[in-house]
Design a protein around this ligand. Structure first.
Ligand SMILES: [Zn+2]
Length: 499
């Protein structure tokens, strides 16, 4: 059973007298103590609206918002609320308070809860805090259910509300711990921030692939990632691209994936219907499930190495040494199992063990192993023949900021996945019935023919070839459509002949 408490206007209610007492009893003395006193002494405030201002009025509660002293003061101020929790375990994060009790006997559980709620109420009175019981969230998680005892929960004479889900630190926790409400919330959040990317993806006036990727990772990706280590491994029985999604997650995760793939497709300016795999390979990034699993695994490695704080490190080892608890973890065990599987490849290829290697080495090799596994998926994929020629391997790629113009850059990427303006493509989408080359008229017009063979384009091909020779690059479709040094010459070739 979990109680999530909400301190109403926490910072503004901090009593300065009480604060100074607490600082003193924490052992803060001398210059530092005097500094804090002078910081809060005779604080006054006024309201400014347009050009007019109100009179000053004195305040004795709270501190200036956004100041470091106020935040640290608050942390010291709230810290002793934990002394009020004799029965429950608790978590504090700034003004978010969370307490939980596990008890096989529901009636005893409620009694213990009420005892702590009483003490929390007393604490709040002594500390001039107000806990709004209407904003209290009580969650009944796990078995046995609290059932009829729920109505016995009490805080200062009122009954706090029982909920089926509640938000804590930006994560929606539901009482069955499925995290589907969280997934739907992520989908909604991501959808609402899509304009930041789509404002710049226009095929004529839009930004370069590199800028778009930057916008995507700065503004949209954080919504996908936040909290994902908790739920990503719940999606599958065994994390692998061949495993199906668990039925209860099928719809909500597929919705999320769809948005992710749409973003990737639009970053490159590729048309709807382009195979998702080809899009991701061309962009050089992992599919959503792999990306989130990779991020989760890097957290696991951080925790193992003690780089994520001692608390969570101890938690990991406590769980690890308890077989039953370990099998039930929805992050630790699956992350460990996944790293263990990929570690087989790393040990084989590099003679290095991810678990014992330094963190930055382990993370790099883990990423390589993730892409190695994805390569099997790409190699087994029958579609996108041209995509396979240009990208024989799925690996991280960095695209450039330079481009002749957006319109041609979009063609450059479309041609690379077999969806550029060639006669073959026009034929496939029904714009033209003649697949033959628009120049020499006697061979099928695909990019291979245009760039490597067409007799009518020899002059410009010689130019491209000389560029390749100057930079010591092989002249083939793969380098033409991936090598940064060839991008502009290839775009010029496209602008001149293939529009
Ligand atoms: Zn031709």
């Amino acid at each position: 059973m979990t109680a999530l408490l909400d301190c109403a206007k926490a910072f503004d209610r901090m009593h300065r007298g009480v604060l100074l007492e607490k600082l003193w009893s924490t052992g803060i003395r001398g210059k530092l103590f005097e500094l804090v006193i002078s910081y809060y002494y005779r604080r006054r405030q006024r309201v400014k609206l347009g050009k007019s201002t109100s009179d000053f009025c004195k305040t004795n509660l709270g501190g200036p918002q956004g100041s470091v002293i106020t935040v640290i003061s608050w942390l010291i101020y709230i810290n002793d609320i934990t002394l009020a929790m004799n029965e429950s375990e608790c978590g504090l994060f700034v003004d978010d308070v969370c307490a939980w009790i596990a008890d096989p006997d529901p009636s005893k559980c409620i009694k213990r809860l009420n005892a702590d709620l009483d003490r929390i109420y007393n604490w709040s009175v002594c500390n001039t805090m107000v806990f709004d019981s209407q904003k209290f969230h009580l969650l009944d998680i796990g078995k046995p259910n609290i059932g009829k005892f729920k109505k016995l929960a009490e805080f200062n004479g009122t009954s706090p509300t029982w909920c089926s889900e509640a938000k804590y630190l930006g994560i929606i926790i539901d009482n069955k711990l499925t995290f589907t409400p969280m997934l739907n919330y992520v989908t909604e959040k991501v959808s609402r921030s899509l304009w930041r990317l789509f404002n710049h993806t226009n095929h004529v006036t839009g930004a370069s692939v590199r800028s778009l990727k930057l916008i995507f990772s700065a503004w949209i990706m954080p919504h996908f990632i936040y909290g994902s280590p908790i739920w990503i491994f719940l999606m599958y029985d065994n994390f692998h691209y061949s495993s199906p999604l668990r039925p209860q997650y099928k719809k909500c995760f597929e919705n999320l994936e769809k948005i992710y793939n749409k973003c990737c497709r639009n970053i490159l300016g590729l048309p709807p219907g382009t195979s998702n795999l080809a899009v991701l390979v061309r962009l050089g990034i992992m599919p959503l499930n792999y990306l989130l699993a990779y991020r989760a695994c890097t957290w696991y490695l951080r925790i193992v190495k003690g780089l994520a704080g001692s608390e969570v490190h101890d938690q990991l080892w406590n769980l690890y040494s308890d077989d039953e608890a370990w099998t039930q973890t929805c992050f630790f065990r699956p992350a460990y199992e996944l790293i263990k599987r990929l570690n087989l490849y790393v040990k084989d290829a590099h003679k290095i063990d991810i678990f014992t290697a330094p963190f930055h080495v382990g993370r790099r090799l883990l990423k390589e192993a993730f892409f190695h596994e994805l390569n099997t998926l790409w190699n087994d994929y029958d579609g996108c023949k041209i995509g396979h020629i240009i990208h024989p391997e799925w690996k991280p790629l960095k695209w450039q900021n330079l481009m002749t113009c957006k319109r041609v850059n979009v063609q450059y990427h479309r041609l690379a996945v077999g969806r550029g303006n060639t006669q073959v493509w026009y034929d496939r989408i029904g714009i033209s019935v003649n697949k033959n080359c628009r120049f020499c008229k006697n061979t099928e017009e695909n990019i291979e023919h245009l760039f490597l063979h067409c007799q009518c384009l020899t002059t410009d091909r010689v130019l491209l070839k000389s560029k390749c020779e100057a930079h010591n690059i092989t002249f083939d479709l793969q380098t033409l459509f991936t090598h940064p040094k060839l991008q502009i010459p290839v775009e010029k070739f496209i602008a001149k002949h293939i529009t």
